[in-house]
Write a protein that binds this ligand. Structure first.
Ligand code: WT7
Length: 653
């Protein structure tokens, strides 16, 4: 039976960019966008061939797209290039070597700045150290680092010599690191003694020691000195970077890579299943990262750009390292937590470095809202001209707060939808053109042919929800799952017989054709035969002043098929009644906002929610709790496992 997802959320507000913003923007009118987008779909060879030729190739490509091996695309065959050369050398060679590439702030307040020429020299030295340790083209190197400049340098150094990097987020456990090292067959690990996180040391080297215990193929652990506590040392295997750099040349010719050579692996677990090593290659990836950074962030000379993600996520790859550097941007990078040493830290840094473009996640925005407006209001944020969000659907209340409190009601917000798998931004407003709507990712980016389908692969009408699908290859798409071709086909291409890439998200288009993401399809609720998006019920809950954050799941119900269970974090301390009174109010509130159909059967008030380390709510755990089941699932990606007991024993309204 084909069934679409019903939409119950209506959001009519719309915010066009100011004349001032539009006047200076790279792309300011819809007809130009439509022409460019149309050409990118009808003539991808022409469109992306031209874009790719804006980058410096070591040897020109002979074909643009080859889709004969679908669903594995080949872009820019015959061409050779090196991503570190694209990101660094080209700017130095063009005489921009003295321009600032990276302004870095450590959590304790230390600061380092690198020009393009300096960054190039550091990357070459780093690359020479890797070579001296026997790392060569095609080898896999795990990077497990704090957010320090050496994290970006390590990635670029691997790229320079053609080694494949696999960055593992520094908050992951030793076990998660082992799994990824093993799956990727990594032979070297780059790490640091530790990183600063809310005033304490994240002991990275200790975790690496544990992780590589039974990984005999790991011959080198290259360690950056950052936190300076004592660490165990395995002679022969372990090497301090600062010692290895002594006397090393700052010249290292970039390895000419085939456009389809693998650039990196990045593991994604999302909220379900065994991590998948997503494979990205060289030419298409850098073209996608370059083009999207340029247009979505409207990057121009004089901008200072800050993306607050960690390099452990795809956002850090594409929008801290590769996209901004390929564009010659000046950017800020920060080591620590947003509330260390105080809740205004991000805004303090925006003021200090006159940040003009700021990109963060909805989960962070909701935390700022909770901490209170005073932390934002204290700082001069007049340098900001553009804001962005990524990672999950943003509820309208948070969007409006971001716009007003951070953006001074002056900055457009780009709500960018994409995935580890897509490599770069897929659905997004273009800030000089779009009248943005709170909660909408708006329009497809160049080369993106998106559709919303029912289970059978028929397009649903505007206003109806369905499954988000992409119709044809785009340059930065994944080329597969490391070591598991079959899983690549099954996960992304089997639903509609290879005709579409299945993103796994629910979405709808409004009457104007704009896209609204409704969350992962695994999370869809089915109440009395109505399929509802968790995100919309959550938005209704969060629109109540007593709620900071909400997560909604279904539990089996004899009467309605599924019943809605909502877990909510209150704005104030949980009251003496355990949140009972709030729960009663919220049920009525949701019924009033959306309708009785969506009224939660049960509300649990709790100070926290279970999240992955990237801030995504783990609804599969909440589903088990709501159904009263034992948790037998993998909880290794959970940020704080003690939450589960708390939620299980909490008061229910
Ligand atoms: C999933 C991908 C893309 C970088 C960070 C996450 C969700 C992402 C949005 C958005 C609604 C979003 C989707 C997607 N998502 N951006 N703007 N609006 N949902 O990468 O870990 O691969 O997660 O994040 O569910 O499928 P990821």
């Amino acid at each position: 039976m084909s069934q679409s997802i019903e939409t119950v959320l209506t959001e009519d507000r719309s915010f066009p960019p100011s004349d001032e913003f539009r006047g200076a923007a790279r792309l300011a009118d819809r007809s130009t966008y439509e022409q460019m987008w149309r050409r990118s779909i009808d003539d991808p060879e022409g469109f992306f061939g031209e874009v790719a030729r804006e980058l410096p190739w070591l040897e020109p490509f002979t074909s643009v797209l080859d889709w004969s091996g679908a669903p594995v695309a080949r872009w820019f065959d015959g061409g050779k290039l090196n991503v570190s050369h694209v990101c660094l050398d080209q700017h130095v060679e063009a005489g921009r070597g003295d321009e600032v590439a990276l302004i870095w702030e450590g959590e304790p307040g230390d600061e380092r700045t690198f020009t393009y020429a300096e960054l190039l020299a550091e990357v070459c030295r780093f690359a020479n150290v890797l070579k001296a340790r026997g790392v060569s083209k095609g080898d896999r190197v795990a990077i497990y680092m704090p957010m320090i400049p050496e994290a970006a340098m390590a990635m670029l150094a691997c790229a320079r010599i053609g080694a494949i990097h696999s960055v593992v987020f520094g908050g992951f456990s030793a076990q998660s690191l082992t799994d990824r090292i093993e799956d990727g067959g990594c032979t070297a690990v780059i790490t640091a003694d530790g990183g600063w996180r809310r005033g304490s040391i994240l002991a990275l080297k200790d975790a690496v020691d544990e992780a590589v215990q039974d990984q005999a193929q790991v011959h080198t652990v290259l360690c950056v000195r950052r936190t300076e506590q004592a660490v165990a040392w395995s002679e022969g295997r372990d090497v301090w970077l600062h010692e290895a750099l002594d006397g090393v040349s700052d010249e290292c010719a970039p390895e000419p890579m085939d456009a389809e050579d693998v650039l990196f692996l990045l593991y994604t677990s999302g909220s379900t299943g065994k991590p998948k090593g997503i494979v990205h290659t060289t030419g298409g990836y850098i073209v996608g990262a370059y083009l999207s950074t340029r247009y979505v962030f409207d990057l121009r000379p004089g901008d200072t750009y800050w993306c607050t993600a960690d390099v452990g996520w795809i956002t850090g790859h594409s929008y801290i390292v590769y996209g901004p550097l390929a564009n010659g941007a000046r950017m800020v990078m920060y080591e620590g937590a947003p509330n260390a040493p105080h809740e205004g830290r991000f805004w303090e840094l925006c003021e200090k470095h006159r940040v003009s473009i700021f990109y963060t996640a909805p989960t962070a925005i909701r935390a700022f809202m909770k901490w209170g407006d005073a932390h934002v209001e204290k700082y001069d944020l007049s340098s900001l001209r553009l804001l962005g969000t990524v990672g999950e659907p943003i509820n309208p209340a948070a969007w409006i707060w971001y716009r007003e409190k951070v953006g001074g009601s002056r900055c457009p917000i780009v709500d960018t939808w994409w995935q580890t798998e897509t490599g770069s931004i897929m659905l997004t407003p273009l800030p000089g053109m779009s009248a943005t709507k709170p909660g909408s990712a708006m329009t497809p980016f160049f080369g993106v042919d998106a559709a919303i389908l029912d289970e059978e692969g028929n397009e649903v009408g505007h206003g109806e929800g369905g499954l988000l699908a992409i119709r044809r290859p785009w340059p930065s798409m994944l080329r597969g799952i490391w070591g598991d071709e079959e899983r690549y086909h099954d996960t992304y291409w089997s639903r509609w017989d290879g005709r579409y890439y299945m993103a796994g998200d629910g979405a709808r288009r409004d009457a104007d054709g704009n896209f609204w993401i409704m969350g992962r399809v695994d999370d869809v609720l089915n109440v009395s035969g109505h399929r509802l998006s968790t995100m919309e019920v959550e938005s209704a809950l969060v629109s109540h002043e007593g709620v900071v954050e909400a997560a909604v799941v279904a539990r089996p119900d004899d009467l309605t098929g599924e019943a809605i269970v909502a877990f909510v974090i209150p704005t104030d301390e949980v009251a003496d009644d355990g949140g009972l009174a709030l729960g009663v109010l919220l049920k009525a509130h949701v019924a009033a906002e959306i309708g009785k159909l969506a009224r939660p059967a049960e509300i649990r008030v709790s100070p926290r929610l279970p999240k992955t380390r990237s801030g995504k709510i783990m609804r599969r755990l909440l589903r088990a709790i709501a159904a009263g089941e034992e948790i037998r699932q993998d909880t290794t990606t959970l940020e704080d496992p003690t939450i589960l007991d708390e939620l299980r024993t909490g008061v229910k309204a």
